[in-house]
Design a protein around this ligand. Structure first.
Ligand code: BG6
Length: 311
């Protein structure tokens, strides 16, 4: 099985492991555990990371108390995958179909560099289009996703998308990450200053970020274009910082529906907007075009540190 634990064990350490369990909807879920007790759960439904817990057992990703765990809806929380379309700028359903499909575990994926496996516990997933998918998006692809839990508790996602067509195609993409935060009024985001963004609340008008760090007082729904490869969410109350490192994912989507819109989302609690921030590594304004047999590879690495970035 192409799910691996490659950490060494000592008598003091728990062994790292990969287990398959059934979710309440009967679908398989992969549990990655490292030797310090951190755990990542990945559902084959949507290839979606559902949970990321650190060694202290603290949940680092948000999931709504009203989330629906039955197909065909994507689960509201964790890290849904938006592919082959982000948002509703296209002919497909909002955020594309990958998040609503059953993925499989891939036994022998094409090799990745040793740095993507050594010291990590990981699983490889695969999505191929069904006949029905091909009717609405007539492009043959293979979407591979490696989900890795590092020895230090870092969560890394490595997407690879290959064009199996004889014609080029383009897609947009996002890891729609729901971070769990203490209070939306208490967090700030660094790494987006001076960037241009398209504001979905103003018909996608283009603005330039004027703030040195982003704080939140109302609904936000933006795509920051061509950001640096590192963004941070500083949570003052919890005294911790999420570091988001990304490659091949130039854009950053920032979303929080705030109070009024939360009430209109059926699978989201009225006040839950206070406890989450969506910050996605994405290719939205910079869609990817693949020639026949060409492959795109990205990388998102999430880690947690317990001190502020700034002086
Ligand atoms: O409810 P969904 O389909 O998961 O989307 C949630 C949100 O995702 C965000 O990324 C979009 O910019 C929002 O407009 C959207 O409301």
């Amino acid at each position: 099985m192409s799910s691996h634990s490659s950490e060494g064990t000592s008598s003091e350490q728990r062994a790292s492991s990969v287990e398959i369990v059934k979710e309440r909807n009967g679908i398989d879920q992969v549990l990655l555990k490292n030797s310090r007790g951190a755990i990542v759960r990945v559902s084959l439904y949507g290839g979606q990371v559902r949970s990321w817990k650190n060694e202290r057992g603290e949940e680092l990703l948000f999931t709504s108390s009203k989330a629906v765990f039955k197909p065909p809806k994507a689960v509201r929380g964790g890290i849904p995958i938006c592919f082959p379309q982000f948002g509703n700028c296209g002919t497909l359903e909002q955020h594309g179909f990958a998040r609503n499909k059953l993925w499989v575990i891939e036994e022998n994926p094409p090799a990745l560099p040793p740095t993507d496996s050594v010291g990590k516990t990981f699983v490889d997933l695969l999505l191929k289009p069904s006949e029905d998918d091909m009717k609405i998006w007539p492009h043959s692809f293979e979407f591979r996703l490696r989900v890795c839990l590092g020895a230090e508790g870092n969560l890394t996602l490595i997407p690879r998308i290959r064009n199996m067509n004889c014609k080029p195609f383009s897609f947009s993409f996002a890891f729609h990450t729901y971070f769990s935060i203490s209070d939306i009024n208490e967090v700030r985001v660094e790494g987006l200053e001076t960037l241009d963004y398209l504001d979905n609340l103003h018909q996608r008008e283009r603005f330039t970020e004027q703030e040195t760090s982003l704080t939140f007082e109302s609904e936000v729904d933006r795509v920051y274009v061509s950001s640096a490869n590192m963004v941070a969410i500083l949570d003052h109350e919890k005294k911790r910082t999420f570091m988001i490192r990304k490659e091949g994912l130039p854009d950053v989507v920032v979303w929080n529906p705030w109070g009024r819109k939360s009430k209109a989302i059926a699978d989201f609690g009225d006040d839950e907007y206070k406890k989450m921030l969506c910050l996605d590594g994405a290719c939205v304004e910079t869609p990817i075009t693949l020639k026949p047999n060409e492959e795109w590879k990205g990388r998102l690495e999430l880690s947690l540190i317990n001190s502020s970035l700034g002086p």
